[in-house]
Design a protein around this ligand. Structure first.
Ligand SMILES: [Zn+2]
Ligand SMILES: [Zn+2]
Length: 404
């Protein structure tokens, strides 16, 4: 499962070696960010290219030459009326195609607006486009095999990179390398699959705690339970949230937050005592320290390798380092961790009115089909207070999804 979801793993990446190599290159006058002003200058020095006969070179140059359309492309991109027409037309073609061929049809489909214009430039441009003889310009029905609807986690709730505004935000240091981290959650509908929930960029001097603070999770917002003297649950206190854990498991070691829950130690205790089938090896981990003290550059990192996180009961996440690079002069200096992707979260609708997103879950109410039964605030008020035969009923407020 994991190899399919996370992709081939790299070998161990040592950030110190990466920085030393970059320093050594700099000393020899090689700047990785300084690309050649003319790429063809670089190509002209390649041995493979020099060894080619002149006729082969001329044929390749002819085939790759885009000089005839370069001026026209530049012109279209610069004229906003032409470009907006082109982009709207393309959206419309894709939308119509999707409507005809998609196997799953959502109830509400976003409609691409009709274009209203009175512009001779666009008329001329349109005519030119209609006369394009390139076969791949239009989408034939056979293209259905290669087109699919975007999956929920492929949508991004952010329109631009989000900086961290908290006081714990980090600034880039001179010796920092940037790590791209993707966080995955278990899919609600397919528990053996993981879905991307967010992506972040962190400096290598960040700690595991910085990753933890950047991860959005509704389980961090669960209201505190109020218990009676006999230990039974009375109600939930929404003014206080409970967040037990987390335990990070990275490269054979567990890292905890030093809190009362001690999830890191509990995981170690469990692994030491759990029953293992005779043909399976026992998983062993070693204690690794506190997440607040463990910086990312002190950890052995493997690209695309899932690292496990457990917190607050049985809420699990995985994070994988997907990319490591040197800092670029145009990188922002403050506001790390940066969040580049947040998968939108849709809340279920009220089971009574089927219209408003549910805000409460009702447990053990004899009048309702299921337990728990999710309802909106208005429908909850209509249901009224529990009656004498229904005194074990409990109303639990659902977690509000925040844009962290
Ligand atoms: Zn969680
Ligand atoms: Zn309702």
């Amino acid at each position: 499962m994991f190899t399919q979801a996370f992709g081939p793993f790299s070998s161990l990446v040592d950030l110190t070696v990466l920085l030393d190599t970059a320093d050594a290159n700099k000393k020899h006058g090689f700047d990785v960010w300084n690309t050649a002003p003319n790429p063809s200058d670089a190509i002209s020095k390649w041995k493979t290219w020099l060894d080619l006969p002149d006729t082969a070179k001329a044929a390749i140059e002819r085939e790759c030459d885009v000089g005839d359309i370069a001026a026209e492309l530049d012109d279209t991109l610069e004229k906003h009326n032409l470009y907006s027409h082109l982009s709207l037309e393309r959206k419309k073609i894709l939308s119509d195609f999707d409507k005809e061929h998609a196997k799953y049809q959502p109830k509400k489909r976003k409609r691409v607006p009709d274009e209203v214009y009175d512009d001779p430039d666009i008329d001329a441009f349109k005519e030119k486009l209609e006369n394009i003889s390139l076969e791949c310009w239009s989408l034939p029905p056979q293209a259905d095999l290669f087109v699919r609807r975007a999956l929920p986690f492929e949508h991004n709730a952010l329109s631009k990179t989000k900086e961290c505004k908290a006081t714990s935000s980090k600034s880039l240091q001179a010796k920092d390398v940037l790590l791209y981290i993707t966080v995955y959650d278990k899919s609600a509908s397919h528990p053996y699959q993981v879905w991307k929930s967010s992506s972040h960029i962190l400096p290598s001097t960040s700690t595991l705690e910085d990753i933890w603070n950047a991860i959005p999770c509704p389980a961090k917002e669960y209201p505190e339970e109020v218990l009676a003297d006999d230990g039974s649950l009375v109600e939930f206190d929404t003014s206080r949230t409970t967040d037990r854990g987390p335990c990070f498991c990275v490269h054979g070691a567990t890292y905890g937050d030093g809190g009362d829950a001690q999830y890191a130690q509990k995981v170690l205790d469990y692994l030491a005592t759990c029953k293992v089938p005779p043909n399976r090896p026992r998983v062993t981990l070693k204690p690794g320290g506190l997440i607040s003290d463990t910086t990312l550059d002190s950890l052995p990192l493997i690209l695309h390798f899932p690292n496990w996180i457990l917190h607050n009961g049985n809420c699990e996440h995985y994070f994988a380092v997907t990319h490591i690079r040197l800092r670029h002069p145009s990188d922002p200096v403050d506001g790390y961790p940066l969040t580049t992707h947040l998968t939108p979260v849709s809340r279920g609708l009220c089971r009574i009115c089927d219209f408003v997103p549910a805000s409460h879950a009702i447990v053990n109410d004899l009048r309702l089909d299921d337990s728990p039964f999710v309802v909106c605030k208005r429908c909850l008020d209509f249901l009224g207070e529990p009656t004498s035969y229904n005194d074990s009923r409990l109303v639990v407020p659902l977690v509000e999804h925040k844009t962290w």
